[in-house]
Design a protein around this ligand. Structure first.
Ligand SMILES: Cc1cc2nc3c(=O)[nH]c(=O)nc-3n(C[C@H](O)[C@H](O)[C@H](O)COP(=O)(O)O)c2cc1C
Length: 352
């Protein structure tokens, strides 16, 4: 056992010692495992018998609800002994609007417990024995309602702390997206990512990210912006009913398109479009939208705002100044032309 510790020490030890590992100077109390401001929890009994059984504890907590529980599909869950990982978790909560939950040890880690220079300190002994599962105080009752779980921890001897293994083995992640993140003196996240993947079945484990202790919110944001989170999947689409066909269009990233979508939330809108120029159908919208006109060479399928209060659907191209509203997806130019037909056409627009 001691040999293994010495081996790991020789690989990572020098680095994280010199980088100020086990930074107890952050002021966290030894008896709590997090400084997250969003870590207030409600005591409750499990409502999910399957998970309750897995967690094997009757004293459980629900995640901190930042707003209506039903709206949240993302959970930031983390263990942090000296506050570094908690700070990153806090940024993640602010950036994603996720719920949060802090993993605390039933027997809190004291400063002596994490004195990694001492071979016999609790943390070192636990990291040297892959079968150790430190008990979690007040485990979360259920993660069933969340699709995506950010899982945060400090690196201990190149790996995730054993209490993270306790957490992973207590719930069903087979249909979850799990995104690990960690802080460390210098070690990267790769070994812990592999450990996590091998320990339990995870629906979709995304590539994780290691941060330094003092990483900024901007750094965290840059990372979050690269992630395929669920809100992107749920992007609204425009449904166009015309001559007995339904066409789907993506909405443009313009103020007018956002206003258009807002209006359609109330009720569908029917617009009569007239043939114009052998390239478009154009008609009056019931309300004006905010123009941000740009010189554009349109493509078949483009849906444009013209003069602030008219909508055009292009089946051919034209160069003019328009504000983009959207684009008809997966439909050829011929199909669009055929569906729109000759002369005037009535289209009904709604949100998908
Ligand atoms: C027992 C122990 C082992 C550690 N092992 C490593 C390591 O292998 N590599 C590393 O870069 N940092 C290591 N560190 C430093 C921590 O990963 C780092 O200080 C981290 O930011 C602490 O996070 P926290 O404040 O959320 O607890 C270790 C710290 C402790 C207490």
């Amino acid at each position: 056992m001691k040999k293994l510790l010495l081996l790991i020490t020789s690989i990572v030890g020098l680095c994280f010692v010199s980088c100020g590992a086990a930074d107890s100077s952050s002021g966290s109390s030894a008896s709590t495992s997090s400084v997250s401001s969003s870590a207030e929890v409600t005591q409750t009994k499990s409502t999910d018998p399957a998970e309750s059984e897995k967690s094997g504890d009757s004293s459980e907590q629900t995640a901190d609800q930042n707003s209506t529980a039903t709206e949240k599909d993302t959970l930031v869950i983390y263990f942090s002994r000296t506050g570094n990982t908690a700070q990153i978790a806090e940024y993640l909560v602010e950036l994603t609007g996720a719920d949060s939950y802090v993993i605390e040890a039933a027997e809190p880690y004291t400063d002596d417990d994490i004195k990694y220079q001492d071979d016999n300190c609790r943390a070192n002994k636990e990291q040297n024995d892959k079968s150790v599962r430190p008990e979690i105080a007040d485990p979360i009752s259920s993660i069933g309602s969340y699709d995506t779980v950010f899982l945060g921890y400090p690196i201990w001897w190149g790996q995730e702390p054993r209490i993270i293994d306790t957490f992973l083995e207590s719930y069903d992640f087979s249909e979850k997206t799990v995104i690990p993140f960690c802080t460390s003196g210098s070690s990267d996240i790769a070994t812990s990512e592999k450990d996590i993947a091998e320990l339990v079945t995870i629906g979709n484990q995304l590539k994780g990210r290691r941060f330094t202790a003092g990483a900024s919110k901007d750094e965290v944001k840059e990372w979050v912006d690269t992630l395929p989170l669920n809100n992107e999947k749920a992007e609204a689409k425009l449904l166009i009913s015309v001559n007995g066909r339904e066409l789907t269009a993506s909405l443009a990233d313009t103020t007018a398109a956002k206003e258009f979508a807002e209006k359609l939330k109330d009720e569908p809108v029917t617009v009569t479009l007239s043939e114009y120029g052998g390239f478009e159908k154009v008609g009056d919208l019931p309300w004006p939208l905010t123009k941000s006109d740009e010189d554009t060479e349109t493509e078949p399928g483009d849906i444009m705002l013209y003069q602030g209060d008219k909508m055009t659907i292009f089946y051919n191209s034209n160069s003019w100044s328009y504000t983009k509203l959207g684009h008809i997806e997966n439909t050829t130019q011929e199909e669009i032309k055929t569906v729109l037909g000759e002369g005037d056409v009535t289209v009904t627009l709604s949100l998908k």
